[in-house]
Design a protein around this ligand. Sequence first.
Ligand SMILES: Nc1ncnc2c1ncn2[C@@H]1O[C@H](COP(=O)(O)OP(=O)(O)OP(=O)(O)O)[C@@H](O)[C@H]1O
Length: 832
Amino acid sequence: MGDEGKSRVSVELSDGSESESFSDLVGKPSPGSQPLSGEEERERRAYQPLRVFLRVRPFSVAELENHEAQGCVTIEDPQTVILHAPKESPAMKNCERGIGHSVHKFTFSQVFGPETTQSEFFEGSTKEIVRAYVNGVNGLVFTYGVTNAGKTYTIQGTSKDFGILPRSLDMIFNYIRGRQYLKMNFKPYLSNDVKKLEEAQVKQEEAIKTTLLASLKEETESISNTVANMCHVESTSSKCTSRNLPSDSLEKNFVPIDAYRTNIHQRTQASVWVSFCEIYNEYVYDLLSVLSTLKNQRRRVLRICEDQGGNSYIKDLKWINIQSTEEGCKVLKIGNKNRSFACTRMNEQSSRSHSIFSIRLLILTDEHQPHVLGVSELTFCDLAGSERCNKTQAFGDRLKEAGNINNSLHILGKCIAALKQNQNPKMKPSYIPFRESKLTRLFQPFFCGKGKACMIVNINQHASTYDETLHVMKFSAIAKQVIQTVLPKSLGDFPPKLVGGDGKSIVRFDVNTSVDDFPDSNETFAEEEVDITILSHEDLLKTAENLKEKLVAERQSKLLLEVNIRREMAEAMFRQLLETEEAWSNRLEDMKDSYEEKLESKFELYKEAIKKHAYMCAMEQIEDHYVPIEEFIAEQEKVEDRESKILQLERQLHEQSGRLLTLGSPRSDVLNTENGVEPDLTDKMMKRANEGLQKQCLEKDELIKSLKLKIQKLNETVLEANEGYRKMAEENSRLKHTIMLKDQEMNSLQNWAKRVLELEETVSSLQKELDERKKHFSIEDSKQQKPRRGLLANLKSTVAGTASTPLGRGWGKHEEASPSKKHILFAHKAKE
Ligand SMILES: Nc1ncnc2c1ncn2[C@@H]1O[C@H](COP(=O)(O)OP(=O)(O)OP(=O)(O)O)[C@@H](O)[C@H]1O
């Protein structure tokens, strides 16, 4: 391989920021790759957010024909998608009530639009995980979405257009091409170990595989053809002819195998094993179990166990050795036949279970003296559709299935939310309920540092499933915030253990031991370990010093990392807080507006009610105080009368007081004495009279006041009455006008009636005249009948002649009437 090829390798390896070379796995730097040196760089690669990809399914022809509402999903840019709530959706109704929003924006690691091909999707999403996987990092790819959103299509694809799983197989076989370990005597065991099989066991393994593949014999042809096309590129290295085949892209982007050979020890070989199972109603079933295909036989339920490292694995799950992509596809097809599908209202071929297809790659030393160097696992999980039972109109078995599906997805959501919460140093670490469902038990290692996970969110653009889609998007938004910790193999795992056919351990491997550290394949692993007791004191001190330095450096880098993480978390939290604050303030504004509107309308209502009430009261008052005008005038006259009387009395009072004054003088005493009246008595009388008068005055004053008040009220009433009168007068004049019009109408009608009478009279006179004439003619006829027969005949012929004229036609037999009569008749006609 030339320099050009080498530089391509380094770009590939360093470009994939998350990839780890196989050399990393065995503790040696990759000679071909750019230096990924430095503790910080290693740490950076160890922490990474969960990659979440969105794939939007195109509308099918049937959906387009049904005029399915469009425009719910808009892809803003390669990372952002916007959901618009359709008119009739509950989300829109809630939004109208001031709860939530009608538009939602979501960001993803990458958004793939409806036009994305399978090949483009694989390149952009899964390829990186597969690349890390072939270099020893475990991988999990799981799809999440509502039913009928394209999850199965994305993972498996169709026989013509493969999904990410067959494409990954193709990539793996490309990678190990020429270094494939074809014997079946090393088999995956428990979660991470390898079992060395005896001859008989190998034969049994081969028999199982043959039986399994034989069950698909009839369909082999089509798979072979398609896969043969896929492998076309590998074998000939010529240009690919079909656009949809994975090898098409692999040829362009995948690193030639020779390039990896320079990085990895030449003697390594790889063996590929696959398993396929499903979790249906919280039971695990092996989809590759031949028994399960027999009719009326109950499928065996498998148990999930844990190895000594706490890693979950499915006990007694079948692992089938595959030696090509073609075989892998066949196994997939066989498993699919056993999978629980059902026809729901929303998808004719709906997956009712979570299916898990795993590929284990055993890295071995050369064929003659094989040792296991590493085991890595790539898992594809096609989750059952998240759906609401009422939407799918599920009942019976379907309802139970939906319940179980939703429950396990709910627990997955809880785990993801707890993982996210636990990343926040300020929050109390919460319990992650991995053990609450089978699915999350199997996912646990990938979320706990023992591999890389990637989530594919599938959505369709249906308005009818908008709310479910929104739920899925919200779920993915949380998942996107989960930071994955991919631990180095040495820390995260027990190294793979090789066990014999009897299950007893043969030897424990140390993944930190490089392939190059095997000087001779005959050497045992125990001999490779360094015994520190044979080191000198000085060497020991040096080693201790070195270790101390390393520790300090490690601590510093850890500290820096922690600071960085804390800062990032704080920033993220701050951003979230700002977003929340904005959302709340928006909501507050909306609520304020709506309340203001409501208040205004209430206020208007009250105003109206008050007006009405005041009007009613006024009307009642008017009724209470209503005085007829005659009574009022009489009352006014009375008042005037009283006023004049009061004036008179006042005048009298004046006079009396003048007289009293004169009486009060000394002269008056004399006068009194002279008059024979005792002065004391006079005084008393005067006083009494005075008091009486004052009392009278007061009474009169009171009366005046009350009368004035009455007058005032009466005046008001008069004014109101005047107003009423004015209105009445107006009404009256209007009525008069109407009456006048009616009178005119009546007059004209009367004229018409007169005219009719006249005409009737004229008609009757004419009738009379006519009758007389008839009589007259009949008499004359009877007189002249015999002698004048010829004449009458002449007359008749004359009449017949004149009847054709308009006059003759109009008057019939009266054609002989004199011109003067005719004239009169004409005049009558004209009158009419
Ligand atoms: N990207 C796509 N391009 C073309 N057709 C697609 C695409 N995605 C999905 N489809 C089609 O849509 C239909 C439903 O897809 P699929 O069965 O994969 O949905 P699902 O999400 O797996 O549903 P369920 O959860 O019910 O199993 C299938 O007919 C599939 O071929």
